[in-house]
Design a protein around this ligand. Structure first.
Ligand SMILES: *Cc1c(COP(=O)(O)O)cnc(C)c1O
Length: 383
């Protein structure tokens, strides 16, 4: 049926009608007082969501643009970089550093695992020459949440800067930027922030500014000093995505009205129900409960059944889109996103359709077992 679609991938995610309406307002000039006011308002709200008093820049580009901004402004050719990798996006962050000529020490913790703090401690003790450390808050390719507080506690004792990719975690999983001591945090609009793709956000600490201002790598569109030059007037260096700014203001209002604690609790509940349902159906989860993401759940396809065959049935017959596996997990897992504009009944729809699709591809499933497990979580019947 036309328009009856359920987008359950980790970005882009569904956008609330209120946000769509805000984005449909008449355009305003980006050098106007109205825009300056909007910009200031957004940064004020982002400070609450990101728990920081650092400078916050809203950039007009996708999430990778904020990662490149972080690298271009802190890494010179030959600099030593420690990359903590737990999947595809950790690899991407490392690859950007390599593109800027860094000597990247890549530590791969394995897809499905989180960062082992002991290894980080050893690495930092063995070599005091790292200029930056790269970490991923929520590894979207595997549904793993990393312990950024723990990593930051180790890195902040060294001269190195901690750069965090929070593209899919911010808005779903709490991030205490200042309390933990994260120097640069990157995120983007189209994941848990409930907006279409098009904006990214980056925060810059005092410690980071000292490095940024001295950096020699080529930078123009991604120059933080250029953004900073006009920041005090609530201007942007180049034309911003004005409609997206209008949408971001509305999306942040929605999140703050719900209350950030409630937003995080909702994500935790959705993750818990999804995991309980998958387990009840006899499916294996990629990540252990201990480091499971609250933003999305990665599920192994049953033995002998291609994950993409399940996804095809879901898409064609039920209008539901789950994400597939990336890189080495292609065809082996499917990923159910429950981030941003997502609530209990989205999970019920996803799980009931999953049960039917599993039955259709030949997996023996007792219909209703996954649905029941999720319902019991929502009714508070599970510890
Ligand atoms: C989506 C995502 C990105 C990439 O963002 P784009 O907007 O596609 O450039 C980077 N890191 C993580 C963790 C992501 O989930």
């Amino acid at each position: 049926m036309q328009d009856k679609k359920y987008l359950m991938i980790p970005g882009p995610t569904p956008v609330p009608p209120t946000v769509v309406a805000a984005m449909s307002q008449p355009l305003i000039g980006h050098r106007s007082d109205d825009f300056a006011k909007l910009h200031e308002q957004i940064v004020g709200k982002l400070k609450k969501v990101l728990q920081t008093n650092n400078d916050i820049f809203v950039l007009t580009n996708s999430g990778t643009g904020s990662l490149e901004t972080a690298i271009a402004n802190t890494v010179n050719p030959g600099d030593k970089v420690l990359a903590l990798i737990t999947g595809n996006f950790g690899e991407r962050f490392a690859n950007i550093a390599k593109a800027y000529g860094a000597k990247v020490d890549e530590v791969d913790f394995g897809w499905g695992n989180d960062v082992d703090l002991k290894v980080v401690e050893e690495k930092l003790a063995a070599d005091s020459g790292y200029k930056v450390v790269l970490a991923t808050q929520n590894e979207t390719s595997t549904g793993v949440k990393n312990d950024i507080a723990g990593i930051a506690a180790l890195v902040s004792k060294t001269p190195a800067l901690l750069l965090v990719d929070g593209v899919s975690g911010i808005g779903a999983i709490e991030h205490k930027t200042d309390e933990w001591g994260v120097d640069i945090l990157c995120t983007a609009s189209q994941k848990a922030l409930m907006l279409p793709p098009g904006l990214s956000v980056i925060t810059v600490s005092e410690k980071a500014w000292r490095v940024v201002n001295d950096n020699q790598s080529p930078r123009f569109y991604f120059s933080l000093p250029a953004a900073k030059k006009v920041y005090d007037k609530w201007n942007t260096a180049y034309t911003p995505g004005v409609s997206m700014f209008l949408g971001m203001d509305a999306a942040l209002d929605m999140m703050l009205a719900e209350g950030m604690d409630n937003v995080y609790a909702r994500h935790a509940l959705l993750a818990k129900a999804t995991r309980a349902a998958a387990k009840a159906l006899g499916l294996k989860l990629l990540s252990e409960d201990r480091c499971a993401s609250n933003a999305l759940t990665a599920v192994w396809s049953p033995e002998g059944i291609g994950a993409d065959d399940i996804r095809k049935v879901l898409k064609k017959q039920y209008g539901i889109t789950f994400a597939g596996g990336q890189g080495k997990l292609k065809g082996k897992i499917f990923r159910i996103a429950h981030m941003g504009f997502s609530d209990k009944m989205d999970i019920m729809i996803a799980i009931s359709a999953l049960e039917m699709a599993l039955a259709q591809v030949g997996y023996s499933v007792e219909l209703g077992t996954g649905v029941k497990a999720a319902q019991e979580v929502f009714l508070g019947k599970v510890e």
